[in-house]
Design a binder for this molecule. Structure first.
Ligand code: FES
Length: 239
């Protein structure tokens, strides 16, 4: 899949395979370029996937009826954008994006609204290979596993808690089981796991509490600052 933003800011999503013989157009994960030249025979496509040049078109043995515009890149069936997140479907016959997201937008909004500066996508990433049904990897939005699985995190938080007062900030794990938390089924396979955090004033966002309190209201600011949330957009996005 190739996702681009053209000179007018419009988003396009096409299959990352040349219309000629199917060669992969690009192997880079991100970049900035106006066109894509196929590394195999040199056909060129613009950011919208339109075939703008066919190598040797004039001098080669292309028949008269050959029209390069009949060989644009294959577009995804549907592409939609919500709060900066781009969603796509290979097939065209799907329900509207807003319907598919449903109440998940409430939590995506919380994710985006945490800062007046918006979101920053950090470089780097972690890649996993699994031989199982890959969608099962996503089915993890429960608090049930937290204490048995995340022992390293808990040990680290406890160790930081032992540091001389005021030198290190950390979550008070001992209170976590006492505070409210839940998992919401948001339909379409989406879900949210949330938990109220103890000593939320120690969280990095706490120092910018004024922004959500002024922008929204105190309740929403509490949800933004004091609550940890994990949002699953089935089948392949965790926020
Ligand atoms: S496969 Fe891309 S130009 Fe031939």
């Amino acid at each position: 899949m190739l996702v681009t933003r053209d000179a007018d800011g419009e988003i396009h999503a096409v299959i990352n395979a040349c219309s000629h013989r199917g060669a992969q157009l690009t192997v880079t994960k991100r970049g900035n370029k106006p066109t894509f030249m196929c590394p195999y025979h040199g056909w060129v496509y613009d950011a919208a996937g339109t075939c703008v040049d066919v190598n040797d078109h004039a001098s080669g043995n292309y028949p008269e009826y050959f029209n390069k515009l009949d060989h644009n890149l294959r577009k995804l069936g549907q592409v939609g954008v919500y709060r900066g997140f781009i969603f796509g479907s290979i097939v065209e016959d799907v329900e509207p994006l807003e319907t598919w997201m449903g109440d998940s937008t409430v939590f995506i909004d919380m994710f985006v609204d945490q800062s007046p500066d918006g979101l920053e996508v950090l470089k780097g990433g972690v890649h996993y290979t699994t031989t199982s049904n890959w969608k099962l990897q996503l089915e993890n939005p429960d608090g049930y596993h937290f204490f048995p699985v995340h022992t390293g995190y808990i040990a680290l938080a406890n160790r930081r808690d032992d540091a001389p007062k005021g030198t290190l900030k950390t979550i008070d794990v001992s209170q976590m089981q006492e505070l409210p938390g839940a998992v919401y089924d948001l339909g379409h396979g989406h879900g949210t796991a949330w938990a109220w955090m103890p000593n939320g004033e120690e969280r990095p966002l706490a120092k910018s509490r004024e922004f959500p309190e002024e922008q929204f209201d105190k309740d929403r600011a509490n949800w933004l600052i004091d609550c940890v949330r994990f949002q699953l957009m089935f089948p392949n996005l965790w926020l």
